[in-house]
Design a protein around this ligand. Structure first.
Ligand SMILES: [Zn+2]
Length: 124
C-alpha cells in the first residue's frame, strides 16, 4: 500500500489572517508511531469517560491555551473525539477550529478532568 498525498490544497493555506499556520501547510503529516496511536486511543477512552462524568454537570468539553493563536481554544467532547479519530486516520485534525461562541464556564482543562475522574474512581 502506498500513501496518497495528492490531496487538494488547503483552501485556507494562503489565509492572511492565519499567520500561525507554519505547521499545517502542505506538508503531509508523518505517520503515527505505535506509541502515538496507543496514546490517542487511550485519550479517546478518557474523553468518553470525561463526557459521561462531566456533561451531566454542565461541562461541554475541554479548553487549553494555544500558543500558536495566543488564545484559549474550546472543544466540545464530540469535537475532541472527531479530532482524535481523524488523527488516527492520518488526517490533520482542525485544532484551530474550536467550538463557536463557547461559554467559558462550560469547559475545563484536560488535567482538571483527569483529576476529577481520579477522584471519582478513588472515592466512589
Ligand atoms: Zn490555535
Amino acid at each position: 500500500m502506498t500513501f496518497d498525498w495528492q490531496m487538494p490544497r488547503d483552501p485556507f493555506a494562503d489565509d492572511p489572517n492565519d499567520p500561525a499556520s507554519l505547521f499545517d501547510d502542505d506538508d503531509p503529516m508523518p505517520p503515527l508511531t505505535q506509541e502515538e496511536r496507543i496514546q490517542i486511543e487511550r485519550d479517546l477512552i478518557l474523553v468518553r469517560k470525561f463526557k459521561a462524568a462531566l456533561q451531566p454537570r454542565g461541562i461541554n468539553g475541554i479548553f487549553f491555551y494555544c500558543e500558536d493563536c495566543d488564545q484559549q481554544h474550546f472543544y466540545d467532547w464530540d469535537i475532541m473525539t472527531a479530532n482524535m479519530r481523524s488523527t488516527l486516520a492520518g488526517e490533520l485534525s482542525p485544532v484551530h477550529e474550536p467550538s463557536a461562541n463557547p461559554n467559558p464556564d462550560a469547559y475545563l482543562p484536560w488535567d482538571y478532568c483527569l483529576g476529577y475522574l481520579d477522584g471519582m474512581n478513588y472515592r466512589g
